[in-house]
Ligand binder design. Sequence first.
Ligand code: FRU
Length: 701
Amino acid sequence: MNVIFVALLAVAGQATPDIVLADFEGADYGAWIAEGKAFGAGPARGTLPGQMPVSGFRGKGLVNSFAGGDRTTGTLTSPEFPIERAFISFLVGGGGHPGKTELRLLVEGKVVRTATGPNTQPGGSEELAPAYWDVGPWRGKSARIVVVDEATGGWGHINADHIVQTNAKPVIPGPAQRELALDKRYLLFPVRTGSPARQRVTVSVEGVQVREFDIELDDKPGWYAHLDMTPWKGKKVTLAANKLAPGSKALELVVSSETIWEEEKVYREALRNQAHFSPRRGWTNDPNGMVYANGEYHLYFQHNPYGWNWGNMHWGHAVSTDLVRWREEPIALYQRSLNDMAFSGSAVVDRDNTSGWKKGDNDLLVLAYTSTGRGECVAWSNDRGRTWTEHDGNPVVRHKGRDPRLLWHAPTRQWVMAVYDEEEGKQWIVFHTSPDLKKWTKRSRIEGFFECPDMFELPVEGRPGERKWVLTAASSEYMVGSFDGSAFRPETPKLQGHRGKGFYAAQTFTNDPKGRVIQVGWMQAPSPGMAFNQAMSAPLELSLRQTADGPRLAWKLVDEWAGLRKSTATLGGQTLAAGQTRTHSIPGSGPVEARFELACRGKARAVFSIRGVPLAYDGGKGELDVAGHKVAVPAREGKVELVVVTDRTLVEVFADGGLVYAPRPFIAKAGAETVGVGAEGGQVEVKSMTIHSLGSIWPGK
Ligand code: FRU
């Protein structure tokens, strides 16, 4: 049967089927022979320990000679095979050292073709790319492939996969360029989230490269990313993509435009939160540089302007006069290149001009951020945080760390940088101090916190005159203690911070005019199908509450939040029997703030419906269930008070007077207009129920 079928195909002039020589999907190399240490005992399953992420291979396994790191050497030799097609195609990556990291084709014992990976310099990429050899001249002859790793230094390894004999000439993506006159403000780039070929794009003006980024350029775009070209308006630009498929129109689709793509639809998208910040386009993660100055709150944020996923780290920027309504401003810090991204950091007002950078009447702002290529860098702004000038002595701290947190320590009149560090292979927060934000001296360190440190001082509620320092980091775990300007001395063990999920890398504003400590965290809340992704939490005022266990952090919505309330329904004063509900309807899909004061009799459960978010309180267990995530919430004097905020991709619950803050990503059900509570398994006394329908934080909405 099979023979006849193949024969028929041949008669019909169909392509001869490809012959897969190796796909490296097995637990071992099969008939291939590995010698030396570099290739390990069998194919790698993707990235090996200590390696940058490996991508671009087929299936689960590949040849990866990074076993034991770059130091190891070896060869991997195929069994002998006859050449039966015109081409051998394969995927190759890793080191670009001819003769030392390469694939070799041997015909009758002689090397006739070779190929290497692309990398010879630090940086680079572990992505495998398609390549092929024309083997027509040796049809019918016997051949072998040898993968060679004889290099021991940087990029001393080679990756390969999916080796195939074929008659169809492989189409290899390659560099492409386009010139265009910049007559408008923005360049719009066609993007399709998930497009298989990520491009490295460079933008050059008059021969000088001004921008570099990775982007999922695609002929069938789902959306367009914008690049603000204001400084170069009127000039000619050259766009270059590194590996466009032949015939791709993606570069032709780039347009110059005065507005961003579908500007009129921004903030009206189905999954756009209406009470929580997110960027107009692209990705955000950590909040950065949070500071109040010149009558405005600044929220900078980790930002990929060109994609839905993490990458290309820039500092996006938004401002607010009331902490809740945000206006997005142009990008504050661009990545200089893919090897010099702008990672997280913080900002302060240099009131006494200790740095000497002040000009004019505005508050002088200074920020510190991690340049992935250089170290901790500082920059300053005299124009209300819109544009930033890099200190020419950057980097100011060089170490194995990131995420500098600046603060002014008034008693010792010095600047403090609390920064994450991985010295000695451990996780530390290291404290450096400086008189002028430029010269820094390392003072002390404390082990056990991971990335994005933050530190602030708070009064202890109910203990007049008593103030304590709180040291926290990305997970929101914290310690309470003292700080003398050089060293933090904990007085508690590490305590649990928020009780939810997907709240990360929070930071507090410096210089709040009322002296409050106000925190915003990154909500890891995806918005699938949108041209933007992730969000920020509500602005949260922190306090230190004296409890039986000692001082503990408490969270509440800032007072300004009340300004979002559009209409309020006050219900309650009713005892619900099992099976009974008390509900209120809020048309539309806008955000809701619902406040409940309840008493569950015996083992009764209070089951809430708030825009379809499954939420329940189990009176018997003293446990709150936030969309499947369980949180202990004790009743106090038989009563439970809950504040629930729902928006389109997230929910935030405050309980136990704020000692419990449980945020959680959750996509609210469209069309769920009911807000209310019901009783299950017993009686629930609804002492009060106040439902606020919230307006939008977005300009003009
Ligand atoms: C935390 C983090 C930081 C880093 C930034 C990069 O989410 O990994 O440590 O500076 O994100 O975007």
